[in-house]
Design a protein around this ligand. Sequence first.
Ligand code: ADP
Ligand code: TRP
Length: 313
Amino acid sequence: MGKKRLFTGLQPSGSLHIGNYLGTLKQTVGLLKDTDGLVMIADYHALTTLKDTGGLRKNIMDVARDFIAVGVDPKKTVIFQQSTVLQHTELAWIFDCLVTVPFLMQAHAYKDKVAKGLEANAGLFTYPMLMAADILLYDTDVVPVGADQRQHVEYAREAATKFNVVFGETFKTPQEKILESVAVVPGTDGKKMSKSYGNTIPLFGTKEETQKAVMSIVTDSTGDRPENVYNIHRLFKSEEQLSSLYAENKGKYKALKDTLVEDIEAVISPMREKRASLSDADVKNILKDGTERAREQAEKKMVDVRNKVGVTI
Ligand code: ADP
Ligand code: TRP
């Protein structure tokens, strides 16, 4: 039996934070060790929210660097940009023609936007079908994602099943992989860490930026230990190591935060160095190579899909 196929994607919509790393990237790197993997920069998904030419361009390069810095090996794993493999948008259209409007209206990304009274663009509405195409083009078995992406992988399974029923067995049904212990990494205010809440600790900021974020963690003095600090700390050190540290430093919030900074730094600084060692040319070459490898597989699948839907004459 061959290795399992892994596929995941990340939107280039801003700088990564430690929630992104611990929630998804770290487990992806672990899983890539014994799977056959593709990691994709979801630039067309980012376009549903980002309208900033230079910003998107920069973010794409940054995410590629981030993937490599955290340990994705471009020799082994295909790293590529969604927009450069046109088969993704092509297949998304076919899925759009299979699913209903009420079905897409249940998607969280769309529902949340509407609930906030904001106008959702049509791209955001059909977003799950583009994500389904991303995943299904490559006969994916496993999709490592953060908890908030669970529904999108369910949508991909649904799209696969719908297509298979209408046109015959074509797509494998993928499974999400969510690491529950760190499924939701808390931010500096104790709520889910998210760039939209302004409560993040950057993954690749300078040490000073890490320090600034850690010092801003909201502490409350009612309990025995500062829970918001502890809940982030436990993602970097074992509960055993922490129990003595927190017992010895009762009430000394500054000392605990200083230790947290050092513990975060111990993880991040080797990755930061790796990141700085990659030139723009290195990154572009890696993406070009990834595109070619991804496109070859995607096109093979689309030949079958086009035949089945009947557009080939
Ligand atoms: P943000 O919430 O900061 O906008 P994204 O939505 O861009 O983050 O998330 C990118 C990936 O990182 C997703 O797979 C998401 O599930 C994961 N992720 C984001 N924030 C967290 C968090 N606080 N804990 C765990 N995983 C997270
Ligand atoms: N929607 C995902 C996110 O916002 C990114 C993504 C796009 C993705 N296509 C994917 C993740 C395919 C996994 C598989 O985080």
